[in-house]
Design a protein around this ligand. Structure first.
Ligand code: F6R
Length: 243
C-alpha cells in the first residue's frame, strides 16, 4: 500500500484528483468506481475545475458507483444518484448512459443485485476504485459482519451507519435502513484502489484498517491484501499511525 499524507482535506482532495486525472488521461475509456459521502466532494470539485480548464475529458469514461439506498428515487436529494449528478456528473462531459448506480427503486433485491453484477462484468471490471472509509471500517455499505460478502448484495445498515447518516435526513426515521452495495470481492478485483480518509474521528479506525488483523469485522482491512492500493489521508486521520 502506498500512503500519502496530506496536510488537510483540501490537500487530500487535490492529491486524490491528481491520481484520478492520471487514470483518465492514460486510459480515456477507463472504468472508474466512484463513491459518495463527504470524503470525495473535494476530489470531485477539483476534477470539475480541471475539466473546466480543459485538462480533462470524460467523454469516454465509464463509471460504476459503489452503492445506493434501497427505496430512494433518483430525484430524492439523499439518493446517491442525486449526489453523483449534482456533485460531479452534471458539471463534466460524461455521457450519462455510461454512468451506473444501483437502482434504489427496484424492490426485488435479487433482481437488482444480479443486474448490477452483470453491469460490472460487462464493463470488464474496474480500473480505479475510489473508496471512503466508514467509522466502523465499512467500504461501500459492506458493514462489519462475520464474513465478507462477495458481490452486489442488499444490506441492512448498522445502527452506527444509520446514526452517521442521519445528519442528511430530517429525522432518524427517514434514514433508509437498507442499501444495495458492491461486494468485497468486486472491490478487490478493481485493478487499482484509491482510499481517501480525512479527519481525526477516523484516526482509530484507519489504524485498525492498516495495522489490525484482516477481518470482516473491519471490512476495509481486506485492502491490506490488494496489491495496488493508494491511501491518501490527512494528518488528522493519520494521527494514530506511525507514519
Ligand atoms: C459511499 C460509501 C461509504 C462512504 C463512507 C464514508 O458511497 O460507499 O462507504 O465512503 O461511509 O463516508 P464519508 O466520506 O461521508 O465519511
Amino acid at each position: 500500500m502506498r500512503i500519502y499524507k496530506a496536510k488537510d482535506y483540501y490537500d487530500l482532495s487535490r492529491k486524490a484528483a491528481n491520481i484520478i486525472s492520471a487514470q483518465v488521461i492514460m486510459k480515456p475509456d477507463c472504468v472508474l468506481g466512484l463513491a459518495t459521502g463527504s470524503s470525495p466532494i473535494g476530489t470531485y470539485k477539483q476534477l470539475i475545475d480541471w475539466y473546466n480548464k480543459g485538462d480533462l475529458d470524460f467523454s469516454s469514461v465509464r463509471t460504476v458507483n459503489l452503492d445506493e439506498y434501497k427505496g430512494l428515487t433518483k430525484d430524492n436529494d439523499q439518493s446517491y444518484y442525486y449526489f453523483m449528478y449534482n456533485n460531479f456528473f452534471k458539471y463534466i462531459n460524461i455521457n450519462m448512459a455510461n454512468t451506473n448506480i444501483p437502482d434504489g427503486t427496484e424492490p426485488d433485491s435479487q433482481k437488482e443485485c444480479d443486474r448490477y453484477n452483470k453491469v460490472i462484468a460487462d464493463l470488464g471490471g474496474i480500473d480505479l476504485q475510489l473508496l471512503g472509509l466508514g467509522h466502523n471500517g465499512h467500504i461501500g455499505f459492506n458493514e462489519p459482519d462475520a464474513a465478507f460478502e462477495k458481490v452486489t448484495h442488499c444490506v441492512d445498515l448498522t445502527p452506527s451507519t444509520i446514526e452517521a447518516n442521519k445528519r442528511f435526513f430530517a429525522t432518524i426515521d427517514d434514514v433508509p435502513k437498507q442499501a444495495y452495495t458492491m461486494g468485497i470481492k468486486t472491490i478487490m478485483q478493481a485493478k487499482k484502489i484509491l482510499l481517501i480518509v480525512s479527519g481525526e474521528d477516523k484516526a482509530q479506525i484507519l489504524r485498525d484498517v492498516l495495522y489490525g488483523p484482516v477481518t470482516p469485522h473491519v471490512p476495509a482491512s481486506i485492502l491490506q491484501l490488494h496489491n495496488d492500493v493508494t491511501l491518501v489521508a490527512d494528518e488528522a486521520a493519520l494521527s494514530k499511525c506511525d507514519f
